[in-house]
Design a protein around this ligand. Structure first.
Ligand code: ADP
Ligand code: MG
Length: 395
């Protein structure tokens, strides 16, 4: 069933609670990347233009100590939001109480208020029913646009949704359409490219995608556990010895399902985990005992590019190599280029580091969708029900 969209709501003159993801990186009190605020703008602008009274809120970081209460305030975010909207944004440094309630009562249509970090309330992450009910009492309607926390059942998403008509914001809707689309009803052929550091982080994703994909291409650190499972040589590359049997069974499962599972044929190898140490591209069979593979090689990029041809949907999670070091970024760049060059394919990136890699490498505009939620997109790809998505009202 389809979820209700912000465009399905009649918001004029209504107090609309909006859970956004303003969990931006900060350093010494300054925002270092405002992308998440920018991503929230379409929903906020839409509501303001429709004459809603917008009450926006988010968590920011983890709040454990008293010092966190000083450094994790949303105030700088409210200031930046005002600049981006080119409109006054009232900031209320409270998460409940009279000051907040009075500020809301004083709002006019088309105005926006941001209240303090939801995690200043200890009940937030426990989905304390009293807290969700209280926050819900502050508004008439609820819009959830925070996909980044959709995999958590917190008071500021699931808790509020239990009491109010709830719709997805534009960003949430996009995530449901694209990431949800991959797991629910992908256009075929569906090719999944999986990499990253560890098999153990991705077991759920691989298991679920074996059920859905036509092909699975594996790179990154986890390729070596798969190569080991096939009795191949890996030198001193990253290995999860306790996951070799699992890798074996995943390979067998793919075979039984008729899913083509491909591993790299060459790697960029080095004796040290360092950008300063010497490196060379070698066939997997030729990795020396004292070398580790830190990227997939050029032949593997070619092989993967060929397998991508004709794909209708491509989902990518996990860098192909240690892309943070320029000497080991070429595999990830090569795969970015191949995916970006596909015509007539829906191309999607899930996973925090993969999304960061694609953006750092300058491919931000060349994918159909780059997920904004690292952990949430992984759990979605694992086929899990996300509480933040589930709690949105049906159309
Ligand atoms: P995502 O956040 O997209 O799900 P992961 O967190 O699983 O991705 O993996 C990202 C990390 O994997 C990167 O920091 C990268 O350096 C590391 N990585 C990729 N290839 C290798 C490799 N061959 N050896 C060690 N680490 C690797
Ligand atoms: Mg990661």
């Amino acid at each position: 069933m389809a979820k209700k969209s912000v465009t399905d709501l009649n918001v004029k003159g209504k107090k609309v609670l909006v859970r956004v993801d303003f969990n931006v990186p900060m350093k010494d009190g300054a925002i270092t990347n405002d992308n998440r605020i920018v991503q929230a703008l379409p929903t906020l602008k839409h509501l303001l233009a429709e004459g809603a009274k917008v009450i926006a809120f988010s968590h920011l970081g983890k709040v454990k100590t008293e010092e966190d209460r000083l450094t994790k305030t949303l105030k700088p975010v409210a200031v930046r939001l005002g600049e981006l909207l080119d409109q006054d944004v009232k900031f209320v440094p409270e998460t409940r109480g009279e000051a907040l309630e009075n500020a809301i009562a004083a709002m006019n249509d088309g105005e926006i208020l941001v209240f303090e970090n939801t995690r200043f309330e200890s009940g937030e992450t426990k989905n304390d029913p009293e807290l969700g009910k209280y926050w819900a009492s502050l508004g008439d309607l609820f819009v959830n646009d925070a996909f980044g926390t959709a995999h958590r059942a917190h008071a500021s998403n699931k808790g509020i949704a239990a009491h109010l008509e709830t719709a997805a914001g534009f960003l949430m809707e996009k995530e449901i359409n694209f990431i949800g689309g991959v797991v629910d009803a992908p256009e075929r052929p569906l090719v999944a490219i999986l990499g990253g550091a560890k098999v153990s982080d991705k077991i759920g994703v691989i298991e679920n995608l074996i059920e859905k994909a036509d092909k699975i291409l594996i790179g990154g650190g986890m390729m070596f556990t798969f190569l080991k499972a096939l009795d191949q040589n890996i030198g001193k590359s990253l290995l999860e010895a306790d996951k070799v049997d699992l890798a074996k069974s995943l390979i067998e499962k793919a075979e039984a399902k008729g899913v083509k599972l491909l591993l790299p044929i060459d790697v960029v190898a080095s004796k040290e985990f360092s950008n300063d140490s010497e490196f060379r591209t070698v066939a997997v069979a030729d990795i020396a005992a004292d070398e580790m593979g830190l990227d997939i090689g050029a032949e593997s990029v070619k092989l993967f590019a060929k397998e991508l041809e004709g794909a209708k949907t491509v989902v990518w999670n996990g860098p192909m190599g240690v892309f943070e070091m320029p000497n080991f970024a070429k595999g990830t760049i090569g795969i970015c280029e191949s995916i970006a060059g596909l015509k007539n394919a829906i191309t999607i990136i899930g996973g925090g580091d993969s999304a960061a890699a694609a953006m750092d490498l300058g491919f931000a505009d060349q994918f159909t969708h780059i997920s904004t939620g690292g952990g949430a997109s992984l759990e979605y790809l694992e086929g899990k029900v996300l509480p933040g998505v589930e709690s949105i009202s049906e159309k």
